[in-house]
Design a protein around this ligand. Structure first.
Ligand code: ACO
Length: 333
């Protein structure tokens, strides 16, 4: 028996307030033209005063559970990927666990910034494959607006708030392959593989200049945009090849690319390397901006709910973020 993690359902949540580039340009020295041409971003959602990461996470989690058709009592693992937790501790995951009415299982946060969802996918998948969890709730949730320096136009225009979640369950591989679409041994539904990397030597090209142990303040995002761009293009190209090679798959086998939504130019570069046309790439950066760990599950949920991603499709998830961290996951939906 080989266990595979099947994704049973997904959900997402965006705060009500939406700020367009034009609205932002009233308080920040920028323009819609500059932001769109450099990043592809047109607007972002911003959490309301008193609305926390755990609130966004809870809403996304409830929607994912509903879509999966399961009750919170069936979950035995809650992972929240976030860089903007409500508090330094306890984890945002334990807050969500409590508010879902759960008293069993384990809950913890994963911190890999924009790669957080892919890191969380790897952790949840490994917990499930080794038998330590049966049904996992994986959330990516951020209130990045709270760690932005609104006087730094080179960073504050790029990010937004939001949350997305998936429900994953252990299933026997042969069973999950039933009804496969004839694409060989990788036709069984579920997570085919995950691949994660980090290199701390470049921590200072994207970081927050505060923290409990250093300044005892929360701090703000600092970024060398050009360097981040350069590393993103290289690392993402190598991680997608690593994921395909591990599964004996070709670039042409991918049905959907669901990338971290940092910047349209970075996404276009990865898609070009994969030889994928734009209509096979899920793009939400225009509407959501960069929501860090929430961006992949937000994009995934968008494309599942509008019917683009269908059962049996091969979906490639990839991300890079501060650390530097980067990773990919291949999922047969
Ligand atoms: N509005 C108007 N002008 C601006 C703005 C702004 N919001 N921000 C910077 N500028 C100006 C600069 O001051 C500079 O002016 P100058 O030439 O007079 O000095 C000019 O625009 C060019 O600035 P650069 O930083 O060189 O602009 P660049 O073309 O490199 O674009 C950007 C900047 C968009 C940040 C780009 O480097 C990038 O996309 N990097 C990737 C960063 C990223 O996506 N980070 C997300 C987190 S990491 C991740 O998720 C992968």
């Amino acid at each position: 028996m080989t266990i595979r993690s099947e994704i049973l359902g997904c959900g997402s949540y965006l705060p009500e307030r939406c700020v367009t580039n034009d609205e932002l340009a009233k308080t920040v020295d920028t323009s819609d033209e500059w932001i769109r041409s450099r990043s592809g971003i047109g607007q972002r959602h911003i959490a309301a005063e008193g609305e926390y990461t755990s609130d966004l996470a809870l809403n996304a989690a409830k929607r994912a559970l509903e879509h999966a058709g399961i009750d919170a009592s069936e979950i035995d693992l809650v992972i929240c990927a976030t860089t903007t937790p409500d508090n330094t501790f306890p984890s945002t995951a334990t807050k969500v666990q409590h508010r879902l009415g759960m008293t069993n299982g384990a809950a913890f946060d994963v911190q890999a910034v924009c790669s957080g969802f892919v890191y969380g996918l790897a952790v949840a998948d490994n917990f499930i494959k080794c038998g330590q969890a049966k049904t996992a709730l994986l959330i990516g949730a951020e209130t990045f607006s709270r760690i932005l320096d609104w006087n730094d136009r080179s960073t504050c225009v790029l990010f937004g708030d939001g949350a997305g979640a998936v429900v994953m369950r252990a299933r026997d591989e042969e069973e999950s392959g039933a009804g496969g679409n004839g694409k060989g041994h990788n036709s069984g539904r579920g997570v085919l593989s995950t691949h994660i990397h980090s290199d701390g030597s470049n921590y200072d090209i994207l970081y927050v200049d505060g923290g409990p142990s250093t300044t005892q303040t929360v701090g703000h995002v600092r970024m060398n945009g050009r360097e981040v761009f350069r590393h993103a293009v290289t690392n993402l190209a190598s991680i997608v090849d690593e994921a395909l090679e591990a599964n004996g798959l070709e670039r042409s086998d991918i049905d959907w690319l669901v990338p971290h939504q940092a910047n349209k130019r970075i996404i276009d570069s990865t898609a070009r390397k994969l030889g994928m046309s734009e209509d096979r790439v899920v793009l939400t950066v225009e509407k959501h901006a960069n929501t860090s760990a929430a961006s992949i599950p937000l994009a995934l949920d968008t494309a599942v709910k509008d019917g683009r991603i269908q059962r049996g499709d091969l979906v490639l998830l990839e991300a890079m973020g501060g650390g530097l961290t980067w990773g990919a996951g291949l999922v047969r939906w």
